[in-house]
Design a protein around this ligand. Structure first.
Ligand SMILES: NC(=O)c1ccc[n+]([C@@H]2O[C@H](COP(=O)([O-])OP(=O)(O)OC[C@H]3O[C@@H](n4cnc5c(N)ncnc54)[C@H](O)[C@@H]3O)[C@@H](O)[C@H]2O)c1
Ligand SMILES: [Zn+2]
Ligand SMILES: [Zn+2]
Length: 394
């Protein structure tokens, strides 16, 4: 089959790889009909390269049709249309029972000290073959797949695999209610979707980014937008909130925040070090870009909540702990527990009128063969690229 493979820093290629087969009783194989390109893939494209192997299949946002099931799979059968959560969890352990599927105790990556494995997400997360491919093997397919019974197009449901639960969890963690003000930092797919979900709940949303097309896209939906390169965002948010600051702040930027010059140089350097040194540098040294998180700490009101959905790695620069303590900030973070939120999100996907604008959320729909170009434009934020969906059938 054809699959999008990682070959090196900023080098992805579409290659022929062996078709997946059933290996365990609990496996499911799907034929992929849509597969998202995520901001998290950009970390692999660039700074997390030292944890990748040449030839690894990328992608973790799939939807498609079941073509084969292991003997222990009873909830889905060949022909069913399904969305697959980006993490692999068992559904029956202590953590899964508590809605913490990303910490699943059956599948947890104890060897690398990380949580549940993720599709197409490096040696840190199990080196599981990813979903930007024609077919996908789904381990723990007796629990993961979300069955879709609807005539609506894939675009209405594909985001259940990652974007929607991530944005939903970010919003839940931000602890904002109707009438509150939420600041969303980063208006990529995750920030944009979090803003849409918040507006749907009657929350006032201020959004910030540095890409004009992304600011315009959110502004068109009623978000008050601030260009982080033009204004002091913390100061402006206080002016807009009677001097107080935002009740909740979502950091939807993560590792590759712009605006920290020295850290940028260090990170670029890490990208070119031999793997074993680079791995250590990334995990132990202060090469993170903390621009977005510092902004969150500045812009949140005293006693407010910061919700981190952007992905950070390494032990990180010291945080302004004194300020965080003095402002009595609540901080919550983590990968999204997809199945914990799905039942609350599904009705929104089915709702008439498409309140979240799911049908035209994607800006680009392309065949797998165009992956190298799609990674380039998504990383460069050119061609007004916000969300790319691969359609292997095209
Ligand atoms: N927690 C989870 O489960 C989960 C799931 C999916 C994605 N993520 C993470 O969420 C983050 C966002 O993902 P995405 O798909 O939207 O990616 P993205 O890279 O398209 O979006 C990030 C946005 O932040 C903007 N930005 C960069 N620096 C900024 C700054 N200093 N101030 C304001 N804006 C800034 C960029 O211009 C970009 O628009 C990534 O770190 C990704 O890894 C986490
Ligand atoms: Zn993702
Ligand atoms: Zn589990």
């Amino acid at each position: 089959m054809k699959a999008v493979t990682w070959q090196g820093k900023r080098d992805v290629r579409v290659e022929d790889v062996p078709d997946p087969t059933i290996e365990q009783d609990t496996d499911v194989i799907i034929e992929v009909t849509s597969s998202g390109l995520c901001g998290s893939d950009l970390h692999l494209y660039e700074v997390l390269g030292p944890f990748m192997n040449a030839g690894d299949v990328l992608g973790h946002e799939p939807m498609g049709n079941v073509v084969a099931t292991g003997a222990a799979v009873t909830d889905v059968a060949a022909g069913d249309r399904v969305v697959i959560p980006f993490q692999i969890a068992c559904g029956s352990c202590w953590m899964c029972d508590r809605g913490l599927q990303t910490q699943c105790e059956t599948t947890q990556m104890r060897k690398t000290g990380m949580g549940a494995p993720l599709f197409g997400y490096s040696n840190l997360y199990g080196a599981v073959p990813g979903a930007q491919a024609e077919f996908l093997r789904v381990p723990h397919g007796d629990y993961g797949p979300i069955k879709i019974e609807s005539d609506l197009s894939d675009d209405h449901f594909i985001y259940l695999s990652d974007v929607l639960p991530t944005a939903f969890q970010a919003l839940e963690y931000a602890n904002v209610q109707e009438g509150d003000t939420l600041l969303v930092i980063g208006l990529g797919p995750i920030g944009d979707m979090a803003a849409r979900l918040a507006q749907h709940r009657g929350i006032r949303v201020i959004g910030t980014d540095l890409v004009a097309a992304r600011l315009a896209r959110s502004q068109a939906r009623g978000v008050e937008v601030l260009d982080v390169t033009e204004v002091d965002v913390g100061e402006t948010v206080r002016e807009l909130t009677g001097g107080r600051g935002a009740d909740g702040v979502i950091d939807a930027v993560g590792l590759e925040a712009h605006g920290a010059g020295a850290a940028k140089a260090a990170q670029t350097l890490v990208g070119f070090l031999p793997d074993f040194i680079a791995r250590r540098a990334l995990m132990n040294a202060s090469v993170d870009r903390m621009g977005a998180i510092y902004l969150a700490i500045d812009a949140v009101r005293r006693g407010g909540t910061i919700s981190l959905s952007g992905l950070y790695a390494g032990t990180s620069d010291p945080m302004p702990l004194q300020t965080m303590f003095d402002k009595q900030v609540q901080l919550r973070m983590g990968q999204a527990n997809v199945k914990h939120w799905v039942d609350q999100i599904l009705p929104l996907a089915h709702e008439t009128g498409d309140p979240l604008g799911l049908a035209d959320f994607a800006t680009h729909r392309v065949p797998l063969a165009e992956a190298p170009e799609a990674y380039r434009t998504f990383q460069g934020k050119t061609d007004e690229t916000v969300k790319v969906l691969f359609k292997p059938g095209l």
